[in-house]
Design a binder for this molecule. Structure first.
Ligand code: URA
Length: 199
């Protein structure tokens, strides 16, 4: 059994105690992230909803089930070759958008996670994530599926799974984005598919 305590484990422990913003007062659990911390591909959502807050795991509600299906279609899995996190780690009350100040208070946890994971590709799920990480005026309906290079990492924004549940008309476009993602993985980090995502 591997009992080594990694820098990633230490970061998680610290994050679990976070009191940097008001969301700490109303959360049940901090939702740090899930997946393989050595993954080449990092998915970033907006923030935990009710189920995620209760379970302490990202994307476990209906949106999460849809996300897992789309991932499976391109041979990606949170159990093996990707990591999933959010812009904010604690649930905003009544699932409102996380405020800019809350995003700013929380972003250093995500920066630290990103540094340790060192992904080649980041996929932003939805507007909040894409506007925070790609560009402030990102428009999902117009710019989904496009690649943006920043600091040696390739970023793509796509539809948020919850938005796809509300508007299933966008599902084919979202699936095309996932196929583009598979092509890019095969081009720049094919080991994602051959070694269980381990570098
Ligand atoms: N929506 C998100 O953006 N993230 C989650 O973890 C769950 C729902």
């Amino acid at each position: 059994m591997n009992t080594e305590i990694t820098a990633f484990d230490k970061l998680r422990e610290e994050c679990m105690l976070c009191q940097k913003c008001e969301l700490a007062k109303t959360r049940t659990n901090v939702v740090f992230g899930v997946g393989n911390p050595k993954a080449n591909v990092l998915f970033i959502g907006e923030g935990p909803g009710e189920n995620e807050d209760l379970q302490g795991v990202p994307f476990v509600g209906r949106g999460g089930q849809l996300l897992d299906k789309m991932l499976d279609a391109v041979d990606l899995s949170r159990k093996e070759n990707i990591y999933i996190a959010n812009i904010v780690k604690c649930r905003p009350p009544k699932n409102r958008d996380p405020q800019p100040e809350e995003q700013e208070s929380c972003i250093n946890w995500l920066r630290a996670q990103t540094k340790l994971i060192a992904p080649k590709i980041i996929v932003c799920l939805g507007r909040i994530s894409a506007q925070k990480l790609i560009k402030q005026d990102f428009r999902v309906t117009v710019e989904h599926g496009m690649w943006f290079e920043k600091g040696g990492i390739l970023f793509m924004g796509t539809f948020h799974p919850a938005a796809l549940l509300r508007n299933p008309n966008n599902k084919p476009a979202a699936m095309e984005d996932f196929l583009k993602l598979r092509d890019k993985i095969n081009e720049i980090c094919p080991e994602t598919y051959t070694e269980s995502g381990l570098r």
